[in-house]
Design a protein around this ligand. Structure first.
Ligand code: C2E
Ligand code: CA
Ligand code: CA
Length: 690
């Protein structure tokens, strides 16, 4: 900062000195022109005094006539061939001081007194004599009332010099004439007269200015540092806040699997799907991974999140896997997940013959993992246990070709960046082509990511790429939507007949009939003991105990205890039952769980609570009025209590269920907090019905 400040100061002072030299010179030139005009007037009257050749009354008269009032003229000098006459402005002769060449307009007085001589050469009489005026140095001192205040404000030391660098006068008020050597100067030369002005910045001034500037620079540096520290601190705060938000989201099991179909480019049929994580945020709706995956990976939360999403996906996709036996499902694994020693065991627990069989699961790993020897080791172990792996985002990292050759990789996913370069199917893209070429030679089936246009599809199909994934085919969607999407595909290809099971909520297709039956049996008379329960002074409404549910399933379904737990977990993954505060998966323990209401069940899996929100808004819906909170008035809104009461009475459900339904409505944007920043609560808080 100090160096920068000094450099800036140097530049600033140089510019200032130059500016001051220019204006000083301009001032000097104006003064000289004034005097030249006076001399000219003097010359006009001179011919009448043709005999005048020396100082005396003639000259005095001449001066009066020409009304030379200039107090600047010290004396006039008359130049002859070999003599010089010198007289005062009143015409009295004085001894000539200096003989000089008339061409020299400015000179230093021989007595050492600094005076400036301006010579106007005139045809003075028939003989032809030149007259010149010797001026006082003060001629160049601006008067206080002059506009030329530059001289008073000047920071530099200004000297008027002749062309040959003889000092003629010091300009301006030089009262603080400290004689420290100049460190910086600027020169301006007149084009009109033989003079120049030199502006010096003296050492003492420079030092003083430096002190000021460096002081300021240090101040600014501190300020910047402070701002930097504050920004970093804020970022850290935002990060930890994000961390806590994700952690809370995980505790509340808010992460959901979405799926994006993958098409076979040769047959045009769905070949599989990639499972992509979404955060079903209670206030913000569906949030994509861009906002949280990096932080989740950095802090290790990804392990739990991914476990949750994989489990949910495996259970919810199980019926689809049965109905469409050719589909495969791919899951993303981050380096941190791969490094978990318990990963193989978890994969085995999640992907079973009851959910999705191992050989239909594809694990997507980025190129980075294929370079790291430790990770490579883990991958080979997974492969030897029957897991299939794909290289994700191929082409963006530096994969080692050696490992590609050595290993049996099941799929290679060409990164979106390369696919997006295809604008037109006829213009070839050499980089993409060479990736395709390489995969072909290694006999690796490829999946092109991010296929958005027909031209891209055609280009890839032309070059023998086997699979495609992208918006052209379908965006990532909830599993229920995927079921519908698959059914539509079936209609397009009449060979297979869709078998869509009507869902319990009417509009939602819940394909898992066995799970629905169990869920129904649990909630009807003869089922579980569902009632309000107290724990730690809190009442949980309409719930049952996990352990009792396991007992019930064992007894009524004639299965082992382990299987009963698995069935409970399956229901939980399907959203048909949940922990009272959403903090545990289903367990064989003294924990409280609730069963989804018919509508809830539809909501958890189905498209939306659209019907309910329409009712809520309708003429029989909840009444919206004006409310006052503090000093503020809110029009057209309802309290959380009123909304819960309305849902509970119109659907004949418990307040607890009604609260959860309201939460769901909020998630879908049908209810909004007046300040848009609070989740739904059964309280005096105000909400708008949108
Ligand atoms: P990815 O594995 O490369 O996933 C593909 C991404 O491309 C997805 O973004 C998908 O929505 C997007 N995409 C698909 N087709 C198109 C298209 O035609 N055009 C464009 N512009 N984009 C397309 P998404 O879902 O936002 O996921 C981002 C990344 O987050 C994923 O990249 C993956 O690395 C990570 N991720 C997502 N879900 C999970 C998960 O469950 N576990 C882990 N570990 N990572 C996940
Ligand atoms: Ca992927
Ligand atoms: Ca990818």
């Amino acid at each position: 900062a100090t160096t920068l400040a000094s450099a800036l100061l140097w530049a600033h002072l140089s510019a200032e000195a130059r500016r001051e030299a220019i204006s000083a010179l301009r001032f000097v030139e104006t003064r000289m022109l004034d005097i030249e005009t006076e001399m000219l007037r003097l010359g006009e009257g001179a011919s009448e005094y043709a005999s005048w050749s020396e100082c005396g009354p003639d000259l005095a008269r001449l001066l009066t006539r020409a009304s030379i009032t200039s107090t600047l003229v010290k004396r006039y000098e008359l130049m002859g061939a070999n003599e010089a006459n010198s007289c005062r402005p009143d015409g009295r002769a004085i001894a000539p001081l200096l003989s000089h060449a008339p061409s020299e307009r400015l000179a230093l007085n021989s007595t050492g007194e600094i005076s400036t001589r301006v010579t106007a050469t005139l045809r003075f009489d028939s003989i032809g004599r030149d007259i010149s005026a010797v001026l006082d140095a003060r001629a160049f001192e601006p008067k206080q009332q002059d506009h030329d205040s530059w001289l008073y404000a000047s920071t530099s030391h200004l000297t008027l010099m002749s062309r040959d660098e003889n000092p003629l006068a010091v300009l301006g008020n030089d009262d603080d004439s400290d004689a420290s050597p100049p460190v910086l100067h600027a020169v301006q030369t007149s084009s009109r007269f033989d003079v120049m002005v030199v502006a010096h910045i003296e050492r003492s001034r420079f030092v003083a200015a430096t002190r000021r500037w460096v002081g300021a620079a240090i101040g600014v540096t501190w300020l910047l540092l402070l701002v930097g520290v504050m920004l970093t601190w804020r970022r850290a705060l935002v990060r930890t806040r994000l961390y806590h938000r994700i952690a809370r989201g995980l505790r509340r099991r808010e992460f959901e699997p979405f799926v994006q179909p993958i098409m076979d480019l040769r047959t045009g049929q769905c070949a599989g799907a990639e499972i992509l994580m979404r955060w079903a945020h209670p206030q913000r709706g569906i949030v994509g991974p861009a906002e949280f995956i990096e932080e989740a990976e950095r802090t290790g939360l990804i392990v739990g999140m991914s476990d949750l999403v994989m489990t949910r996906a495996a259970h919810r996709l199980a019926p689809i896997a049965v109905r469409y036996p050719d589909l495969y499902f791919s899951f993303n694994l981050t380096p941190l997940q791969l490094a978990q020693p318990q990963l193989p065991r978890r994969l085995e627990e999640i992907f079973t013959d009851d959910t999705i069989a191992r050989d239909r699961v594809l694990l997507e790993l980025t190129e980075r993992e294929f370079i790291d020897p430790l990770a490579l080791n883990r991958i080979t172990t997974l492969q030897s246990n029957g897991w299939r792996v794909a290289i994700d985002d191929f082409g963006t990292g530096h994969s080692s070709l050696a490992s590609l050759e050595r290993m049996t990789i099941d799929r290679l996913k060409i990164d979106r960046a390369f696919v997006s370069t295809i604008r037109d199917e006829t213009v070839s893209r050499p980089v993409l082509d060479s990736i395709i070429d390489l995969a072909d030679r290694l006999r690796l089936p490829m999946i092109a990511e991010g296929v958005e246009t027909q031209a891209q599809w055609d280009y890839l199909a032309d070059r023998g790429v086997q699979y495609a994934q992208g918006y052209l085919i379908g965006r990532p969607m909830p599993i229920t939507a995927f079921v519908e999407w698959l059914a539509r595909q079936d209609q397009l290809t009449p060979s297979s007949v869709p078998a869509v099971v009507p869902g319990i909520a009417g509009d939602a297709n819940i394909p898992d009939v066995a799970a629905q039956r169990l869920w129904n049996a649990l909630r009807t008379p003869g089922g579980l003991d569902i009632r309000d329960r107290m724990f730690h002074l809190r009442t949980y409404t309409n719930c049952f105990v996990g352990r009792e549910a396991v007992d019930w399933i064992v007894q009524h379904q004639r299965v082992s205890r382990a299987d009963a737990v698995r069935m409970g977990q399956h229901l939980s993954a399907l959203g048909l039952l949940s922990h009272v505060v959403d903090e545990h998966d289903f367990e064989d323990a003294e924990l409280f769980y609730c069963l989804a209401t018919p509508r809830d069940a539809g909501v958890a899996l189905g498209p939306s609570a659209a019907g309910l929100s329409a009712l809520l808004r309708g003429p029989q819906g909840v009444s919206v009025t004006q409310h006052t909170r503090g000093l503020l008035r809110h029009g057209d809104c309802a309290t959380g209590k009123a909304i819960v009461t309305w849902i509970a009475t119109s659907l004949r459900v418990s307040r607890d269920t009604a609260t959860r339904l309201a939460l769901q409505l909020m998630r879908e944007g049908a209810i909004r907090h007046v300040y848009d920043d609070k989740p739904f609560t059964d309280s005096r808080a105000l909400y708008r019905v949108v």
